[in-house]
Design a protein around this ligand. Structure first.
Ligand SMILES: Cc1ncc(COP(=O)(O)O)c(C=O)c1O
Length: 308
């Protein structure tokens, strides 16, 4: 479908993202094609537009979210931007709980849409934000709709209906492997379920930070994290550990060699795709560009050397 189209509202701009071939990175892996699905082309700038919109739509459809309620979730990242954008557009109130020490840039981007920010204890990190949301929702169940992206089946459903279907339409029968990193795991779970319906076997691989303390923002090291309820560990054919350095270096290469300025989780995804390509020797591998590098601009990437 063409992106050259007239639309009635910003929600119609979600999905149908381009799939770009990485011809320069591919020089390291002769015989294997590598494609990157540019989820940063979504209007909120990330892969999280799809699940945020699906969670809103499904909750509106079955009455869990009404105009007198406030959608609340714990996120300082891309999902928060997406909720805020669609909340503004569709006329629903949004509240986000985030540790008070998240960057000013992160706070500004969601507040611009009129979102209410609630700060949790910076010493308790993202788990503290989750605990505070649960407390608020328990105290005032009629006020809030708790979207809970880690447990909400609409999250992987968005990728089943969108990302996975689009990948098959874009590469057709050529695809041999799909690989993507695990955050909430929505992208991996939903896309894999759709690819599994294809007639021929497609290897679906989950990329995971190799270390518990890592610098691949957006991704989770499952063993040392609260495991999302939507994560089914039996679904991926393989879990591929990705070192932080590998992801960061690949993000730099994608900017310089392909003109794709991406975040570090995308660097990790392409690092994993190249590792698979070197092993496979022939085939066609698809992975995902989760967001743009400029979302990490404060401080600049080269100013925050190895801060994780
Ligand atoms: C930058 C970035 N990369 C990767 C992911 C992982 O995506 P998912 O939550 O679908 O596993 C996220 C999700 O929060 C993200 O924000």
């Amino acid at each position: 479908m063409s992106r050259f189209k007239r639309i009635d509202s910003i929600v119609e701009a979600v999905g149908n993202t381009p799939l770009v071939r990485l011809r320069n990175i591919e020089r390291d892996t002769p015989g294997v094609k590598i494609y990157l699905k540019l989820e940063y082309a979504n209007p909120g700038g990330s892969v999280k537009d799809r699940p945020a919109l699906q969670m809103l739509r499904d909750a509106i459809a079955d009455g869990r979210l009404t105009k007198d309620k406030t959608l609340i979730d714990a996120t300082s990242g891309n999902t928060g931007v997406a909720y805020s954008m669609f909340g503004a557009c569709l006329g629903y109130k949004i509240a986000l709980v985030m540790p008070s020490n998240v960057s000013q840039a992160r706070k500004n981007i969601t507040q611009a849409f009129g979102t209410e920010l609630i700060h949790s204890d910076p010493m308790e990190g993202s788990d503290g934000a989750i605990r505070l949301v649960r407390k608020l929702v328990t105290e005032q169940p009629d006020k809030y709709f708790y979207a809970d992206q880690y447990s909400n089946p609409s999250n992987p459903r968005a990728h089943y209906l969108g990302t996975g279907r689009e990948i098959l339409e874009q590469v057709g029968d050529e695809i041999t492997h799909f690989v993507t990193g695990l955050g909430t795991s929505g992208t991996m779970m939903g896309t894999t379920r759709r690819l599994r319906e294809h007639g021929r076997k497609i290897a679906c691989v989950a990329a995971e930070p190799a270390e518990a303390l890592h610098g691949l923002e957006g991704l989770k090291h499952m063993e040392s994290s609260i495991v999302p309820n939507i994560y089914d560990p039996t679904l991926p054919d393989e879990i591929l550990p990705v070192p932080t350095e590998g992801g960061w270096d690949m993000a730099d290469r994608l900017a310089r060699e392909e003109g794709l300025h991406v975040g570090h989780s995308t660097g990790g995804n392409v690092w994993a795709a190249v590792a698979l390509a070197k092993r496979a020797k022939e085939g066609c591998i698809v992975t995902v560009a989760c967001d743009r590098g400029d979302r990490y601009f404060a401080p600049m990437r080269w100013e925050k050397h190895h801060e994780w």
